[in-house]
Design a protein around this ligand. Structure first.
Ligand SMILES: C[S@@+](CC[C@H](N)C(=O)[O-])C[C@H]1O[C@@H](n2cnc3c(N)ncnc32)[C@H](O)[C@@H]1O
Length: 232
């Protein structure tokens, strides 16, 4: 019953040809309700960076970049993923019933990401930083200057206007990701938690629920994933 109630909260953006063709061409994991949330946040976006934690092959990132273009937003975009997957150990076979070890699989995902982002958003490349989120936020807090995944100079640091948390969905890591985002989120800034619908048992659900209970955040929507806004 709870699942039905939550699913009925799922909202969708109207169909758009570019979005449809892009979604078919770009592997990934993206709840259609998140597109509705991205669109809402980007329409109301203040100054600051857009940060995505967990990019995989670039599907959500391509949609975020497209919506930024559609809404004429020039906020800098940072994505973070070291592509160190669960069960990733360099020497062991990675995919059952195949000969494919972990490193070539990682390389395949990384090259898919590069190809997908360069194909759909060549004129608006994000700063992809190939680190795990803990190391990324440590670098962000030191305002490091880095060369990003695409070879562009990147200046880390400053306020965050929108964070999409879609990395490791365990409670401990998603909680740490939220706490790190909270250190830098601008007043009026948005946080979207993937896999946080009320019926799921991901750790990210607990993180989102606890964040929503804080008095310094307001709940924008559950569509069905949680979207919060830092009070101004
Ligand atoms: C669910 S997938 C992301 C899906 C992606 N947003 C999409 O649109 O398809 C999770 C990704 O998070 C990455 N990840 C896991 N833990 C992470 C962490 N601590 N920091 C950054 N990325 C992480 C994984 O390598 C994986 O690519």
């Amino acid at each position: 019953m709870e699942k039905i109630t939550t699913l009925s909260r799922r909202k969708r953006l109207p169909t758009d040809d570019t979005r449809s063709w892009m979604t078919m061409a770009n592997a990934g994991m993206l709840d259609p309700g998140n597109l509705y949330l991205f669109d809402h946040c980007i329409r109301h976006l203040g100054p600051g960076a857009v940060v995505e934690i967990g990019s995989f092959c670039g599907l959500s990132l391509n949609h975020i970049l497209l919506l930024l273009r559609q809404h004429s937003r020039a906020n800098p975009v940072f994505s973070v993923d070291a592509w160190q997957f669960e069960g990733f150990t360099k020497d062991s076979p990675f995919l059952d019933d195949t000969q494919i070890p972990a490193v070539p699989y990682q390389q395949h995902i990384l090259e898919s990401f590069r190809r997908n982002i360069q194909f759909f958003n060549a004129d608006h490349l994000p700063h992809h930083i190939q680190l795990n989120s803990d190391d990324f936020f440590a670098a962000w807090s030191r305002s490091e200057h880095r060369t990003d995944f695409f070879g562009q100079p990147a200046m880390l640091g400053g306020p965050i206007a929108l964070a999409y948390i879609d990395g490791d969905h365990s409670y401990e890591q998603s909680r740490r990701d939220f706490e790190n985002v909270d250190r830098f989120i601008a007043p009026g800034g948005f946080v979207i938690f993937d896999d946080s619908a009320d019926w799921t048992d991901w750790g990210s659900q607990r993180t989102a629920r606890e964040a929503a209970a804080r008095s310094d955040y307001e709940l924008v929507n559950r569509a069905p994933n949680y979207c919060l806004r830092k009070r101004g």
